[in-house]
Design a binder for this molecule. Sequence first.
Ligand code: HEC
Ligand code: HEC
Length: 187
Amino acid sequence: MTRAIGDRVVPVGRAAGPGWLLLACLAAASVALLPGVPRLAAGEHGAAEITARSEGVWRVRCGSCHLAFAPELLPRASWMALLAELPAHFGSRVALAHEERVEVGAWLAHNAADVRRSVTGLAVMERMALSDRPLRVTDTRWFRHRHNNIPRATWSSPVVASEANCGACHRDASAGIFDERSVAIPG
Ligand code: HEC
Ligand code: HEC
């Protein structure tokens, strides 16, 4: 079964299988079918509620320069710190309208590694000290651990250029799919 980065942990006592997939699809569909119905996500910085638009705003506004990094890759405090520093975002200036920032904040806060029980989120948190709030996915101990077999020369090759260039090796990264079958190290 292909697993996407936001997939939730299978509840105890339920085997991963078509039944679970169906449930996941139904859950996703029920959210999609309720446009405008706010789902509460207690948050800082005005990231109070998540609307049907939130994911789309995040995908467009946070996916134009690089892959839109999935919320499950960092804890909520990291996302809030990143959003607070957008005018000085890794040497770039990211300008978001207030409303867009609220939508993006809600999406990230609601689905963050330490908020949503996703397989990836739990794996990320398992290796993180509670006080940590890394600003880079590539600085997390989880990332280092999952990628520790990759030679240094690969990271610095011109095709990869940056560790954050997930799509250089994960060809389905933009769909949130990072499993072993879809990885190919360039070169
Ligand atoms: C104007 C271009 C631009 C936009 C828009 C943008 N970023 Fe970035 N972002 C960058 C650059 C440049 C880097 C550094 C990339 C590198 O080191 O290879 C970066 C890096 C990151 C990283 C760290 C990646 C890593 O693990 O090394 C995160 C997380 C991130 N951005 C989140 C966001 C979020 C959330 C948004 C939307 C609010 C966003 N970005 C929008 C330019 C942008
Ligand atoms: C230089 C190539 C390369 C880059 C760049 C890269 N990865 Fe990977 N990644 C791999 C390889 C190879 C594996 C498989 C490691 C293993 O299981 O032995 C992997 C494993 C993973 C896994 C675990 C997959 C699973 O099913 O367990 C995730 C999630 C992941 N990468 C996410 C990312 C993200 C997010 C980025 C960008 C911030 C990224 N990777 C950048 C090569 C890369």
